[in-house]
Design a binder for this molecule. Structure first.
Ligand code: ARG
Length: 461
């Protein structure tokens, strides 16, 4: 086969069915630029080891630059007979440098150490793009939180009214989990910044090549300490995929709330026209498709991770061709997040909040019952008893179809002598919010400190 990287020991070429199955250029071609960068670095260590003379190195680098330009412009494309990006680029190099010189580059390296390295390079670059995308979602949440400081909303557990919280506090809860995702990407990069180049097929190279020189050339911190690990492990890919799935899940959770909040029943938010879609039959429709796609894509990202882990499970050391299946899931995860994140940040940044409605619903549904119980505790009553007293007030109000503040002083006194008229001091949204002022609480003062700390940590990633 023209341009094949192997064949010497075979009497004939591969069956068409095998060639079709084997081929990966349709998805690994996106690594071409990284492959060429790896080849430049490899040429330099071959030169350092005395395997290329000065003129050969010069000729090789010129040919690689030409190839790089032709790949970028699209003038050079993989041929149908090319098995993968590595084979195709060697063919292109030989076309430019001649068989004699072009044929020297492959010494001391294998597609096994190449592909493991190129994948890490690709993912490191895309992790930075994704991290920036997540930071703009965080920015949108922080912007809304800052704009709406002081606005109360119903805080929920089990989707039922629980206690009033600040809208800012709620929005920032999403920001914190997304910030941890960005921190995870940064931490992951330490493990991704180790280069497998130089591992060869699995056992290292006998040609005296310096793996750390290649690593430094390609922007890695160092080279792997074990060539088998370098060629056979994909935990760095799997970890990337897990973080991508976690980002998907975090975006899905905020999106689910946006979907609920945009319903007629909630009416908490209005989506900007630029981030809503219509219906082909129902003229009135304004749909939260960005949020729904975010929810849907989370499933896809989880699938990418599950598929990759299933590929890795049970693989013996070192390289096995199964590992060719490692790329599509991680590429898909990166592609998915790179289209999703700008849409989600735009949607959140342009949300309009119906603050009056949120504010007026905040204390409803007996959301101040805990405040009554804690007020009674401050009078020295055991919490067990306080909980019961407050529960009785809820039962009475619910039976009458009124809220806690609609009960009279006599009603409260009838439940317990502990429930004096002063209990009304905590029967307001503001009283409830202000009282939760310790670190992490929903009082405005605590939320302001929280915002400062969040901004400090954003500045650090
Ligand atoms: N296309 C292969 C992959 O993606 C490159 C490594 C091939 N190595 C081999 N020994 N066949 O994994």
């Amino acid at each position: 086969v023209q341009g094949a990287l192997w064949g010497g020991r075979f009497a004939g070429g591969p069956a068409d069915a095998l060639a079709e199955l084997s081929k990966s250029t349709h998805f690994d071609w996106r690594l071409a630029g990284y492959d060429i960068a790896g080849s430049r670095a490899h040429a330099r260590v071959l030169h350092k080891a005395g395997l290329l003379d000065d003129a050969e190195l010069e000729g090789m680098l010129v040919a690689l630059d030409q190839l790089d330009d032709d790949v970028k412009s699209g003038a050079y494309q993989p041929a149908p007979s090319d098995e993968d990006v590595h084979g195709s680029l060697e063919r292109g190099l030989i076309e430019r440098a001649g068989t004699q010189l072009g044929g020297k580059l492959r010494a001391g390296r294998s597609r096994n150490d190449q592909i493991a390295t190129l994948g890490r390079m690709y993912l490191r670059d895309h992790a930075r793009i994704i991290g920036a995308g997540v930071l703009s979602v965080i920015d949108a949440l922080v912007g809304q939180a800052q704009t709406h400081l002081g606005v109360a909303m119903p805080g929920r557990t089990h989707l039922q009214h629980a206690q009033p919280v600040l809208l800012s506090h709620h929005l920032l809860a999403h920001a914190w989990s997304l910030l941890r995702d960005v921190q995870r990407l940064a931490d992951w990069d330490k493990r991704a910044a180790v280069s497998p180049y130089g591992s060869g097929a699995l056992a290292g190279s006998s040609l005296g090549l310096d793996p750390n020189a290649v690593a430094a050339d390609l922007g890695f911190d160092s080279a792997v300490w074990n060539s088998i690990d370098g060629t056979a492990s994909r935990d760095v890919y799997a970890e990337f995929s897990w973080i991508a799935a976690m980002i998907g899940v975090d975006l899905s959770r905020v999106s689910e709330e946006i979907i609920i909040w945009a319903t007629k029943e909630f009416s908490f938010i209005t989506l900007d026209d630029a981030y809503s879609t219509g219906s082909s039959i129902m003229p009135q429709k304004k749909n939260p498709d960005v949020a729904e796609l975010a929810r849907g894509k989370a499933g896809r990202l989880i699938g990418d991770l599950a598929g990759l882990l299933a590929t890795l499970k049970g693989l013996p050391l070192a390289y096995n061709r199964d590992l060719q299946e490692d790329k599509e899931p991680v590429f898909d995860a990166a592609d998915t997040l790179e289209v999703l994140l700008p849409a989600v940040s735009g949607m959140i940044a342009t949300l309009k909040f119906n603050t009056e409605r949120m504010q007026s619903l905040a204390p409803q549904g007996f959301a101040l019952a805990t405040d009554i119980a804690e007020w009674v505790v401050r009078q020295g009553v055991p919490f067990r008893e306080a909980h019961e007293l407050s529960g009785s007030a809820v039962q009475l109000a619910e039976g009458r179809g009124v809220e806690l503040w609609d009960l009279t002083d006599e009603d409260y006194a009838g439940i317990s002598p502990h429930l004096t008229p002063e209990v009304r001091t905590v029967l307001s949204t503001e009283g409830s919010l202000d009282s939760r002022s310790s670190q992490g609480g929903t009082a405005r003062s605590a939320v302001e400190l929280q915002l400062a700390e969040l901004n400090r940590q954003i500045g650090e990633v």
